[in-house]
Design a protein. Structure first.
Ligand SMILES: NC(=O)c1ccc[n+]([C@@H]2O[C@H](COP(=O)([O-])OP(=O)(O)OC[C@H]3O[C@@H](n4cnc5c(N)ncnc54)[C@H](O)[C@@H]3O)[C@@H](O)[C@H]2O)c1
Ligand SMILES: [Zn+2]
Ligand SMILES: [Zn+2]
Length: 390
């Protein structure tokens, strides 16, 4: 089969690799109909993670079950399914609590696993014609309709992007009436903003510097904040004051909930040619009101193979703990617990309440992967989200 293979820093190719086979009676093989590119793939592409040449990339597949092992009972050959990024067994202690990103059975010596992902287990990636899916009864989420129908782009967002955006709003405790700021208008930030609006937030700000991404934020009902126009913390506070805070709430011109949808490769606002992995955490600490919450969905790498000046190889960072303590801010981190949200968000799509497909800016053939990796890495040509068709 054809697959996108990591060849080394800023190099991928489309190669013929061996077809996957059923290895366990609980496996299925899925024929991939759509497979998306993600900001997470770029951490590997940029040589920051220790990904080894030969790794088949990709973790956002939608497809149809082509073969099923004898112990699979919940899905059958021919079923249309989305396969969550972070695979899980479905029955261990963490899975039974809905904390599937910390599944204790899928990665020997660790917790949680993912497809095509450095350090996250031995699972081949999904930017390929076929994918082996272990524990298929748990990991195949059934979908109605036919491949290529009007929901194709929306459903592929269920593999990772939409569930992660939603998870970020859970981590940040977004409730009806919350005032929310999302840093990063990539797919994750945009779908966090969409999720916050769906959850009844009173106001949502989205911070970035890429105009076409900020326009999508606006289309979701968020207020775009371009950090090229000045400190985004000050811009949001000024905007809140201009909207007139209720009497007695003058000091509450920050936000209730802050979301980091950028991660360790954040742009340094004082020198945009460089990264500063502390930038977004520092901005959120300054912006979130006392007793507020911060949700961190952006990735912080345990080992950064080419750290920026404010970063460190082992991922340790100086964090403004005293300010967080003083304000009594609650901070939540981590990978998304796909099992909790996938079916729920699918149903929001089916009723037309959610439209995650608005972030899809480009559709491509799998063969075009090298060019799209290059352009996405440069955040060039208006790319927000690329969906590839094997
Ligand atoms: N927790 C999870 O389960 C999970 C799942 C998927 C992706 N992620 C991570 O989420 C992050 C975002 O992914 P994506 O696909 O949206 O990536 P992306 O690269 O498309 O988007 C990141 C955006 O952040 C913006 N940005 C950079 N520095 C900034 C700053 N200082 N302030 C505000 N915005 C800034 C960039 O301009 C860009 O638009 C990545 O770190 C990715 O690895 C986490
Ligand atoms: Zn992803
Ligand atoms: Zn498990």
């Amino acid at each position: 089969m054809k697959a996108v293979v990591f060849d080394g820093t800023r190099a991928v190719s489309v190669q013929d690799v061996q077809d996957p086979e059923i290895e366990q009676p609980t496996d299925v093989i899925v024929r991939v109909t759509s497979s998306a590119l993600c900001g997470t793939d770029l951490h590997m592409y940029d040589g920051r993670t220790g990904a080894q040449p030969g790794l088949v990339l990709g973790h956002e597949p939608l497809g149809v079950v082509e073969q099923a092992g004898p112990a699979v009972s919940a899905v059958s050959v021919g079923d249309r399914v989305v396969v969550p990024t972070h695979l899980y067994c479905g029955t261990c202690l963490h899975c039974s609590r809905g904390l599937s990103a910390a599944c204790s059975r899928v990665r020997p010596g660790g917790f949680g696993a993912a497809y095509g992902y450095a350090g996250m287990g031995p699972y081949r990636g999904a930017q390929a014609e076929l994918l082996r899916v272990p524990f298929a009864d748990a990991n195949c989420v059934p979908l109605p309709g036919e491949p290529g129908d009007a929901n194709e782009d929306a459903f592929v967002m269920l593999a990772d992007a939409f569930v992660t955006g939603w998870h970020a709003t859970e981590l940040a405790g977004v409730r009806p009436g919350s005032v929310v700021a999302v840093f990063g208008a990539g797919t994750i930030g945009l779908l966090a903003a969409h999720s916050a609006v769906l959850r009844g937030a009173a106001q949502v700000f989205v911070v970035d510097r890429i105009p076409e991404r900020l326009e999508v934020a606006r289309s979701y009902g968020a207020v775009p904040i371009d950090f090229r126009d000045g400190d985004p913390v000050e811009q949001i506070r000024a905007r809140r004051r201009a909207d007139r805070l209720p009497p007695g709430e003058d000091g509450m011109d920050g936000v209730d909930c802050g979301i980091d949808a950028v991660g360790f490769q954040a742009i340094d606002r004082s020198d945009s040619a460089h990264e500063n992995p502390r930038q977004v955490i520092e901005d959120l600490t300054a912006l979130v009101n006392p007793t507020g919450r911060i949700g961190i969905a952006g990735v912080y790498a345990a080992r950064d193979h080419a750290p920026a000046p404010a970063g460190h190889e082992d991922g340790s960072l100086r964090v403004p703990w005293a300010a967080l303590f003083d304000k009594g801010i609650h901070v939540g981190f981590g990978r998304t617990h796909d099992r909790r949200y996938t079916a729920l968000l699918r149903d929001l799509i089916l009723t037309g309440r959610a439209e995650p497909q608005r972030v899809v800016s480009h559709r491509a053939k799998l063969d075009e992967a090298p060019a799209f990796y290059r352009d996405f890495d440069r955040r060039a040509n208006g790319i927000i989200k690329v969906v590839m068709k094997p």
